[in-house]
Structures are given as structure tokens and as C-alpha cells.
Design a protein. Structure first.
Length: 261
């Protein structure tokens, strides 16, 4: 009997926890780049520090003076920082991502927050769809807006990003994100078929992109999933008899690849 065992070590894909945490400045031969990237990073750090101080104070007041705590709770630091990010968005579109994530902290109703978020998404797609960061940061930010809108809205925005961008990497990444949302555990046959069609489009229209390479790897790995057809190979058994894996097609086969290290 032949025994098969595989050990796969796959490094996790690093994902930024939040646009606030993305390191924006890039080192150069002369030190950190002093441009809009630095301004964005510095403003993000300043806001994070203010939010932490606000939370600490709120936690302390909630134990000693609930009335003051209620007043402080209404003065979220995002309110004060909003105009500064809004001004920065003229030179760095990532400020719009921050505003999209934090817009619900502003005073107002849920419908007003949704209106603000929709406006920011429209501005991102219109002005910044060609930015290198749009292919990764925008799909992640859109996914987090599902709690405000719905799944159909998120998918529509991903399609809009793919269409709006003239950068292949960004368009392919947006389509890959869309395909991923169509292949969940509860995906319908129609959604799975659509995801397959999107993968085919990525392969044909966006060859050479990171998304196209990921699709190729996924398709290559599909042969080793349940129900897949593995690559055929030839080997010799312990009795010196040559065989092919395909000789045992239709039968239960267990293979053990082993060796000495």
C-alpha cells in the first residue's frame, strides 16, 4: 500500500490592521522621505495619541464623574482632527481613507454618516483609483463598510474601482477582492460561476499582475483539493516494479513520500 502525506508551510499575507497603522514614509539613501507621506504619517500618529489620551480620561471619569464622562464622550478627538485630514486629502488621498473609516465618529445620524461615507468613496474612486495603494487599501476599507451599507454595495464599489483605475495592478486587485467575496461558504452556484469568470478575466486581461499570479497558483492547487485530479507521475515500488499513479485511478490510493535528511 502506498501512503501520501503533505506538509505545507504558507506564510500569512501581512495585512495592515487599519489605514491608521500603515507606515507612510519610505526610506531613501539620504534618510526618510520628507514629503506628503511624512505629513500623513505624523498626523495619524498625533491622532492616535489623542484618541488614547481621550480613552484613558474617559475611563477615569466614568469611575469618578459620570456626568463629565458623558460630556467628554461626545467630544471624540476625530471631530477636532477631521478638518486637518480634510485639508491633507488635497495632497494625499489616503487621508480620505482615514475619513472613510472614522466618519461615523462625527456628530449626526446614521443616515448622515452613510452619506458622508458614500461621498468619500466616490471621491476616492474618482481621484485616486490609479494610486498604487488603491489596489490594497481601498478594497479593505470598502469591506469594512459592509456594516453601514450591504454586501451588494461593497461588490458594486469594487467593480467601480476596477473600471475606474487605469492601473492594471489596481484593477486586478479590485476584481480579485470581488471574486473572493463571491466564494464564501454560503455562495450560490451563480456566485461561484461569476467568481470563476472573474478569475478568467484576471488571467486574460491582467496577465503579469500579482492577482493573475495568485489565480494561477489557486488553479494549480485546485488539483490537490478534494475531488481534484493530481498530476500523474511514475515511480518504482518496493518490489522494483514501475508504476504510474494513473494506473490506480478509480481506486483508493495512499502515498507516503519520505526520505532521510
Amino acid at each position: 500500500m502506498l501512503i501520501l502525506s503533505f506538509l505545507l508551510c504558507v506564510a500569512p499575507d501581512p495585512m495592515p490592521r487599519h489605514p491608521l497603522a500603515v507606515a507612510a514614509s519610505e526610506p531613501t539613501m539620504n534618510g526618510p522621505r520628507q514629503d506628503a507621506n511624512t505629513a500623513y504619517a505624523d498626523l495619524v500618529k498625533e491622532c492616535e495619541a489623542a484618541v488614547k489620551a481621550w480613552r484613558d480620561e474617559l475611563r477615569a471619569l466614568s469611575k469618578s464623574d459620570k456626568a463629565k464622562a458623558e460630556l467628554l464622550e461626545k467630544r471624540h478627538p476625530v471631530i477636532a482632527f477631521w478638518p486637518r485630514f480634510e485639508a491633507l486629502s488635497a495632497s494625499d488621498g489616503r487621508a480620505l481613507l482615514w475619513m472613510l473609516e472614522e466618519g461615523d465618529k462625527l456628530p449626526g445620524t446614521k443616515s448622515q454618516a452613510m452619506e458622508t461615507k458614500a461621498r468619500l468613496v466616490a471621491e476616492l474612486l474618482h481621484k485616486h483609483a490609479n494610486q498604487p495603494w488603491a489596489g490594497s487599501d481601498v478594497p479593505r476599507a470598502l469591506a469594512r463598510q459592509r456594516m453601514w451599507f450591504d454586501e451588494a454595495w461593497v461588490r458594486a464599489q469594487l467593480e467601480a474601482l476596477a473600471s475606474a483605475s487605469q492601473t492594471k495592478e489596481v484593477s486586478a486587485s479590485a476584481l480579485a477582492a470581488l471574486a473572493g467575496r463571491l466564494t464564501g461558504r454560503n455562495a450560490t452556484p451563480e456566485e461561484l460561476a461569476r467568481a470563476k469568470a472573474i478569475d478568467a478575466r484576471i488571467t486574460s486581461e491582467f496577465a503579469g499582475t500579482s492577482a493573475a499570479k495568485a489565480v494561477a497558483e489557486k488553479q494549480a492547487g485546485a488539483a490537490y483539493e478534494k475531488g481534484g485530479v493530481p498530476d500523474d507521475f511514475e515511480a518504482t515500488d518496493t518490489d522494483g516494479v514501475k508504476f504510474k499513479l494513473s494506473d490506480y485511478r478509480g481506486k483508493v490510493v495512499l502515498l507516503d513520500f519520505w526520505g532521510f535528511w
